[in-house]
Design a protein around this ligand. Structure first.
Ligand code: ZN
Length: 581
């Protein structure tokens, strides 16, 4: 997906480009690393770094991949052809469809290595795909055409439906199902979703109604419509949200689901009467934006492999540890999403429920009403669950029910408030569990922290690397960290600090001069295998468990953090800040 090359094709391409006099191997290596850091195709990065030589490099790459090249800038692209694949897909895969001839659709891409997506387009459009190679600037040009296409269509639909709506003299109930009204409301919602709006405001004035979208926190006027269309729009939205159509004096709240392209969106509706009629606010909850998966969590290859292996086990216990605000809930939700299959019954007891998960039965702890983690868990067990998530194990009663459930064929997920993974077994024993239970039932313990990621808009190479190495060498045990990362195959055997470039954010408008934007987890994944479980049985000291785990190749979150520093995602300062006990 990221367009990372396999090592053989990477070597081949590097050699080809060198022979053609485009890039030296060293330049190629740097560009490849940059592409990997930014999660974009190597070809796109090569073209962006062509330094005025773009045309020639494009031809050389076209030759290498045996594809034709194409220039899209300035070209008319039919909205129909462009719309053969949705914009978000086009954007995510660095490609656009730009021409259709007979049974063949022409696709331009900056990622010719992504064969899968080409097959996907063939299936989706039912057409043969002819692939061309192009530059990132050309893709950006075509992506912009999507916007104008949407605006154009929105205007057309509104105008047409408006005429028909105003001409009809139906009752409110009938209007709510009148096709032009349905079209108009749908196109308002579609337009809002396409422009990543979080809210739609439909506000009546004395002569007009104004429709505004909130995008990135700011309200923006989208269209003004004649006042007469307010009653039909209002009736339509009330019908969708199952509200009383003939209620005009009292505020009403509701919600409904809406299908946009291939996914569902939840809409929360608020209708409040005011001077000129009812004001409608729709809050859009795009469930896609909150997809929990391990790709977006930023797990390293080793940890991803562990998750894959562990998710196949039908019973036992998975624990996530860390202080408050270390991202435990997100990890638990990602685990649940991974395990959420049609044939399993997943129940949770949480405090609070931070996010509603489709297809999962979530229960909110309510101590005031006598609903604690322990008795919530007890009642869940009568619901025939396969997988149970207990938000947090805080007391011995909860610990005991949780571990008993795990012993009787359930998979139990939970979190513990300990500083790292190695401390967890001891903590469970302190809560009254027997070491043999912990050793035999717990499958995996994850320790984690969140580090801020370097701002993409002002990232720049660190000039005084040696000073940093000196400063953090000891406190972060850089030397042994590199050895351990090499042992687990996460760093190449010939890794050397002298050959890496580290990054930091200089500070800019977009990151409020902090140099950081967004966050990322650093993790330690301890599988309780034979060796670790023996250590729990024999000594169950944190040191003993840690030693056994380290012997099995478990990396600490500091080491994972160092890997993420080397990958240009975060800094020594951040890893130090969050791992200081
Ligand atoms: Zn910045």
């Amino acid at each position: 997906m990221l367009g990372l090359l396999t090592s053989t094709s990477s070597v081949k391409l590097a050699k080809f480009l060198e022979q053609e006099g485009c890039f030296t191997r060293e330049q190629f290596k740097k560009i490849e690393q940059q592409a990997e850091r930014e999660g974009r195709p190597v070809v796109a990065e090569l073209l962006d770094q062509a330094n005025g030589n773009t045309e020639r490099i494009l031809e050389v790459l076209a030759g290498y991949y045996q594809l034709e090249s194409v220039v899209l800038r300035g070209r008319m692209i039919s909205p129909y052809v462009l719309g053969l694949i949705p914009k978000d897909l086009a954007e995510a895969h660095n490609l656009v469809t730009f021409k259709k001839a007979g049974e063949c659709v022409h696709v331009a891409t900056t990622n010719p290595e992504d064969v899968e997506i080409i097959n996907f387009i063939r299936r989706k459009t039912g057409l043969q795909a002819q692939v061309y190679i192009t530059t990132p600037a050309d893709i950006a040009y075509a992506l912009q055409r999507y916007e104008s296409k949407l605006a154009e269509e929105f205007g057309k639909i509104i105008e047409e439906s408006l005429k028909e709506t105003l001409a009809s003299h139906e009752t409110e109930e009938k209007l709510a199902q009148f096709v032009p009204v349905v079209k108009m409301v749908n196109s308002i919602i579609d337009r809002a979703l396409a422009s990543r709006a979080s809210d739609i405001h439909i506000e009546p004035g004395s002569e007009q109604i104004v429709i505004r979208f909130r995008i990135d926190g700011l309200l923006k006027k989208v269209v003004e419509l004649p006042r007469e269309v307010l009653p039909p729009i209002l009736a339509r939205i009330k019908l969708m949200a199952n509200l009383k159509i003939d209620e005009h004096r009292l505020p009403q709240d509701g919600r409904f689901r809406y299908t946009f392209h291939d996914h569902e969106v939840a809409l929360r509706v608020s209708i409040v009467p005011n001077l000129h009629g009812s004001k409608i606010v729709l809050r859009l909850l795009d469930t896609r934006q909150k997809k929990f998966n391990f790709r977006t969590l930023g797990l390293n290859k080793r940890d991803l492999a562990i998750i894959k292996r562990e998710s196949l086990k039908p019973h036992g216990m998975l624990l996530v540890t860390g202080p408050t605000g270390s991202g435990k809930t997100t990890t638990l939700y990602a685990l649940l999403s991974l395990l959420n299959r049609e044939r399993v019954n997943i129940c949770t007891v949480e405090d609070p429920i931070e996010y509603g998960l489709e297809g999962i039965n979530q229960m909110q702890v309510n101590p005031g009403a006598g609903l604690t983690f322990a008795n919530g868990l007890r009642s869940l067990l009568r619901q025939d669950p396969d997988i149970i998530m207990v938000g947090e194990i805080r007391d011995s009663e909860t610990a005991e029910i949780a571990i008993n459930s795990a012993m009787t064929g359930h998979l139990v997920l939970s979190s513990l408030h300990t500083n790292n993974a190695f401390l967890a077994p001891q903590r469970l024993v302190e809560m009254g569990l027997k070491p043999f239970m912990v050793a035999s039932v717990v499958n995996l313990i994850i320790g984690q922290r969140l580090v801020r990621t370097i701002c993409k808009h002002c990232t720049s190479p660190l000039s005084n690397l040696s000073k940093h190495l000196e400063r953090y060498g000891e406190s972060l045990s850089l030397e042994s960290a590199v050895v351990n990362l090499q042992k687990s195959g996460l760093l190449p055997a010939d890794f050397s600090w002298s050959r890496v470039v580290l990054y930091h954010g200089r500070g800019c408008d977009r990151c409020s001069e902090t140099g950081y934007q967004g966050r990322l987890g650093i993790y330690e994944f301890m599988e309780v295998d034979e060796v670790v479980s023996q250590a729990i049985l024999k000594s169950n000291t944190t040191e003993g468990v840690k030693q056994a785990a380290r012997q099995q190749g478990v990396l600490t979150m500091i080491e994972d953090g160092i890997l993420k520093i080397i990958n240009g995602q975060t800094t020594f300062e951040e890893v130090t800040r969050v791992t200081k006990e």
